[in-house]
Design a protein around this ligand. Structure first.
Ligand code: UDP
Length: 320
């Protein structure tokens, strides 16, 4: 089997590539290294089944050439991190929409099964918890640049479903919830690597707002296992799945757990949102998936709790 992964040097993709290679699959990663990093895949490059193409996934000629010879296309290339999204909405929209259209065209041209990575961000600030795949989107105003991520990914999903209907594209869409683990960088704002790095350095642990907002964190190894099984499962075809843990924690609890697991002397400090991001920034008060669909389709299970996740991330930063 030959699998192409766009955004192949990214955090999630690097773990997926590792899993596929261990299963004897030939993997081609395409990445323009804008937010992906060579060091994420350094350890894979001596494997004869692994190939890296350094290019923008929106390059139609290159993607067409790669997908022609593939059995599955994982489209994971996307803008990452709330910080980057707020600071650069043009990059977010162009990356998310242009590359997805290119991927959809190539996959449908050759009838290649495609996995589209989407996001829990599409539920926006809905309070209909836990979110089911058919829950309504509730987004804020366009003046607030945060929503450009949800809007562009929602367009991606709608476009993908339309390609499936009109051009027979075999498709699975996955909405990632907060996915964490080794190789994720805090550079784009993600809370777990940021807090762990702060704790290890003895710097203040920065909790935004009152810290009572909640998230559900899932280890990346559980996530990539799930997306491998989803593309191979006939009854998943044509459907959208929430992917993540449904175990909620507040960011205050996360900060306390990071401090305890790392044995850090750091203080936990609270920072107002307008200082952390920009004036008018809207955060999600809570975000919890209903994961019954993915459990039923591929027997998805969350195998690592928050303490194990934090330990794994801390070990990674210590090795670094
Ligand atoms: N957050 C925080 N401190 C940080 C970075 C993020 O308290 O240094 C908060 C952020 O405001 C949000 C939560 O942690 O409420 C998760 O943020 P992240 O950017 O990781 O993911 P999101 O769920 O917002 O996409």
């Amino acid at each position: 089997m030959h699998i192409v992964i766009t955004g192949g040097a990214g955090f999630i993709a690097s773990h997926l590539a590792e899993l596929l290679l261990a299963d004897g699959v030939r993997v081609t990663a395409i990445d323009d290294l804008s937010t992906g990093a060579l060091k994420n895949i350094e350890h894979l490059r001596s494997n004869p089944n692994f190939k890296l193409v350094i290019e923008d996934a929106a390059n139609e000629t290159v993607l067409d050439h790669l997908v022609r010879d593939a059995d599955v296309l994982y489209h994971l290339a996307a803008a990452v991190g709330v910080r980057l999204i707020v600071e650069d909405p043009v990059h977010t929209i162009e990356t998310n929409i242009l590359a997805t259209e290119t991927a959809l065209k190539a996959a449908s041209r050759y009838g290649v099964r495609m996995f589209l990575a989407s996001t829990s961000e599409v539920y926006g600030k809905s309070s209909a918890m836990p979110f089911r795949e058919d829950t309504d989107m509730v987004l804020g105003p366009t003046m607030n640049s945060r929503w450009c991520y949800a809007c562009s990914k929602a367009i991606d999903e709608i476009l993908a479903l339309a390609y499936r209907r009109k051009r027979g594209l075999p498709l699975v869409i996955g909405r990632f919830f907060n996915t964490v683990g080794p190789r994720q960088t805090g550079q784009y704002g993600m809370v777990v690597p940021r807090l762990v790095e702060q704790a290890l350095a003895g710097d203040p642990i920065t909790v935004y707002g009152d810290g009572e907002q909640t998230r559900c964190f899932c280890h990346v190894s559980d996530v990539v296992n799930a997306i491998y099984r989803l593309v191979l499962e006939p009854k998943a075809e044509g459907r959208i799945f929430n992917i993540g843990s449904d175990h909620e924690v507040t960011i205050n609890q996360l900060a306390e757990t990071v401090k305890a697991v790392t044995g850090s002397p750091s203080d936990i400090v609270h920072i107002p949102y307008e200082k952390a991001y920009e004036k008018g920034f809207e955060d999600m008060r809570a975000r919890q998936p209903d994961i019954s669909a993915i459990k039923e389709a591929v027997g998805f299970e969350v195998t690592r709790d928050l303490e194990e996740i934090i330990r794994d991330v801390a070990d990674y930063f210590k090795r670094e």
